[in-house]
Write a protein that binds this ligand. Structure first.
Ligand SMILES: Cc1cc2nc3c(=O)[nH]c(=O)nc-3n(C[C@H](O)[C@H](O)[C@H](O)COP(=O)(O)OP(=O)(O)OC[C@H]3O[C@@H](n4cnc5c(N)ncnc54)[C@H](O)[C@@H]3O)c2cc1C
Ligand SMILES: *[C@@H]1O[C@H](CO)[C@@H](O)[C@H](O)[C@H]1NC(C)=O
Ligand SMILES: *[C@@H]1O[C@H](CO)[C@@H](O)[C@H](O)[C@H]1NC(C)=O
Ligand SMILES: *[C@@H]1O[C@H](CO)[C@@H](O)[C@H](O)[C@H]1NC(C)=O
Ligand SMILES: *[C@@H]1O[C@H](CO)[C@@H](O)[C@H](O)[C@H]1NC(C)=O
Ligand SMILES: *[C@@H]1O[C@H](CO)[C@@H](O)[C@H](O)[C@H]1NC(C)=O
Length: 533
């Protein structure tokens, strides 16, 4: 990934032809200026953030941009696959990445992804988190009352988190906040551990110990109090990414053949300065731009999959290493019959030994989903996800069949007719599924993740302070970077959530240990109060 053999050989050739003194000198001179395609804005990555950034530029009449995308398709972490077969031998389509529309219905503001879903008639169904049955190694056993116990503690922890935020007190882990609110399950209380996993880890892809209390809860508030409480599961034969592709088609002349879209174009090196950005790809091509907007995932940045020249400043590297990239894996299986209840959407399993061991199964073989499909999927996160990624499909399948035998002791459990899952931690264009905010990490530290370094800008799910982890976070951040860069190009000021600025993004160096309430503003990417609903 780091060195591209073509580039190396061209350097070597240049060195012999022009007798260049040292490789250090060569590295500073952009490789063959003529070979670089000039553009105004280079957009690095064609996921939700990249497409929203391009659309915002286009809306501001900046039409000279190039999108550089690693894969052969737009959409990024919104990614589907054909799976199994229906009665006519036609495959179903399942979502390997983002699956839900989150924060819908009756909020003061409409979730922009919901606006797009309606615009393109995306097929989706209300996901009823109360439609849940609980199981352990002996089969069905009702520990649903623990869900209410957790929910009561969460309400208290949420209020405490609001007080910590507004009074600029020290952040805590979600574990501390929940414990002070009365929820601290014993290590051997596996029913309570399963309930906690379902209530916290399932969304964050990390344990309460690893998560910020303040920003974990502020994030929940800003999505579900601001936009609405509901979640809808997307099940569309075109795939969830159809909304991203269709939006791209509103500004691209041709969805695939517009020269401003370069698919199959892995970026390897980014040279940046106060005057511009030069981006090299693994096929030896390069693009030189006045500005670049980098939308690569936090995982891509952390795995050093792309080289920055000069190296990113210490304050930026610190922010990149500080935030956490999670892994959330859905394991899909199809059977030749539906042996589980079809009146229930979720099946929570408490393993007797291991927290988070195949803890939740979801039925798609249910009315309004894919009835009659006989498809079930399980979800694992964090350490259990890394474990499953290291195993073969066969090993995982055997473990899951054992769990299903325990959950449904009276049923015959057939061999799955189809079985698959992605390995998000290993994907070289993602290295994980989505980010999470660690405890004791201020808004100013987060602002350093999204701040520009010279003409190189950053956007994406992880750079969203209010909506990290969500698709709408990527949309808002892409739009904001596009609008801000367009304003700088046009020598205008720009209003960010009610605050006007004529400058680049702020960053903090040195970084203080706390962030006062008045810094929770548009200049640090904070859109609204999380403590008032
Ligand atoms: C398993 C999973 C489940 C999720 N569930 C939900 C959900 O239910 N609801 C929800 O709202 N959100 C969910 N998300 C989060 C959501 O998918 C992301 O927040 C969003 O898609 C991120 O968009 P982005 O543009 O920031 O990043 P990306 O989609 O990662 O876009 C970045 C793009 O950059 C490209 N790229 C990377 N490296 C290079 C390179 N070197 N050169 C060129 N291009 C490169 C990538 O291929 C990608 O297309 C989920 C994510 C995953 C993985
Ligand atoms: C671009 O403008 C269109 C039409 O007004 C709007 O629907 C869309 O949301 C805008 N896109 C962005 C990213 O601002
Ligand atoms: C969700 O499921 C619960 C439990 O089965 C049920 O009582 C409730 O009516 C359902 N809600 C909706 C909106 O369908
Ligand atoms: C979250 O919302 C609740 C309910 O509106 C509120 O009491 C609390 O202060 C909020 N917490 C944060 C961190 O925003
Ligand atoms: C599983 O549930 C059964 C029935 O309620 C109970 O007897 C058993 O103790 C539970 N197992 C564990 C590990 O808690
Ligand atoms: C950091 O703290 C110092 C000393 O208290 C203060 O002068 C400075 O303004 C603070 N900086 C920020 C960005 O808050």
């Amino acid at each position: 990934m780091h060195t591209d053999p073509t580039a190396v050989s061209i350097y070597a050739l240049l060195a012999t032809l022009f007798i260049l003194p040292s490789s250090a000198y060569v590295a500073q001179v952009p490789l063959s200026d003529e070979a670089c395609k000039e553009t105004t804005v280079a957009i690095l990555g064609g996921g939700m953030a990249g497409v929203a950034a391009a659309q915002a530029l286009s809306n501001a009449s900046v039409d000279d941009f190039i999108i550089l995308e690693y894969r052969d398709t737009l959409g990024g972490r919104v990614w589907h696959t054909d799976f199994g077969k229906d009665g006519h031998g036609k495959p179903y389509v399942v979502e390997l990445g983002a699956n839900w529309l989150q924060g819908l219905g009756g909020g003061a503001v409409e979730n922009p992804i919901w606006t797009l879903a309606k615009k393109y008639d995306l097929q989706n169904t209300y996901s009823n988190y109360s439609s849940i049955r609980t199981y352990n190694e002996t089969g069905y056993t009702d520990f649903g009352h623990l869900l209410d116990v957790y929910a009561e503690a969460y309400q208290i922890a949420a209020r405490d988190a609001g007080r910590i935020l507004t009074q600029n007190l020290q952040d805590q882990t979600a574990r501390t906040g929940l414990a002070l609110a009365g929820w601290r399950p014993r290590k051997n209380d596996m029913a309570a551990q399963a309930v906690e996993w379902w209530s916290w880890d399932w969304e964050d892809a990390f344990t309460p110990e690893t998560s910020s209390l303040v920003f974990g809860i502020a994030g929940e508030n800003l999505t579900f109090n601001q936009f609405g409480k509901a979640n809808h599961l997307v099940l569309d034969p075109r795939g969830y990414s159809t909304i991203i592709e269709n939006e791209a088609a509103t500004f691209l002349m041709h969805p695939v053949r517009d020269p401003r879209l370069r698919l199959n174009n892995p970026v390897t090196d980014i040279e940046y300065s106060a005057n511009g950005v030069t981006v090299h790809s693994n096929d030896g091509t390069c693009v030189r731009a006045a500005y670049a907007i980098c939308t690569f995932s936090l995982g891509v940045l952390q795995n050093k999959a792309v080289t920055f020249n000069p190296p990113l400043p210490r304050w930026k590297q610190t922010a990149i290493e500080k935030f956490n990239m999670g892994t959330y894996i859905k394991i899909f299986m199809q059977f030749d019959e539906t042996f589980w209840p079809t009146d229930t959407q979720f099946f929570l399993y408490a393993s007797p030994t291991t927290r988070g061991y195949y803890p939740v199964f979801q039925s798609l073989s249910t009315e309004n989903f894919l009835p009659g499909s006989n498809i079930l999927f399980a979800t694992v996160v964090d350490e259990q996800a890394y474990r499953v990624e290291r195993q073969t499909l066969e090993e995982t399948k055997d473990q899951i069949l054992n769990v299903l035998h325990e959950m449904f002791p009276d049923k015959h459990i057939p061999e799955p007719t189809a079985f698959t899952y992605p390995r998000w931690s290993n994907e070289p264009w993602s290295y994980g599924s989505y980010s999470n905010w660690p405890a004791g990490t201020t808004l100013e530290m987060h602002q350093n993740l999204r701040a520009n370094t010279g003409r190189l800008w950053f956007a994406g799910e992880a750079t969203s302070a209010p909506y990290f982890g969500f698709l709408h976070g990527a949309w808002f951040e892409g739009r904001e970077a596009g609008e801000h860069v367009a304003a700088l190009l046009q020598e205008r000021c720009v209003t960010l959530h009610g605050v006007e600025t004529c400058d680049e993004r702020m960053f903090y160096d040195p970084l203080n240990g706390t962030t006062p309430l008045d810094a929770y503003s548009g200049l640090n990417g904070w859109p609204a109060s999380s403590t008032h609903s």
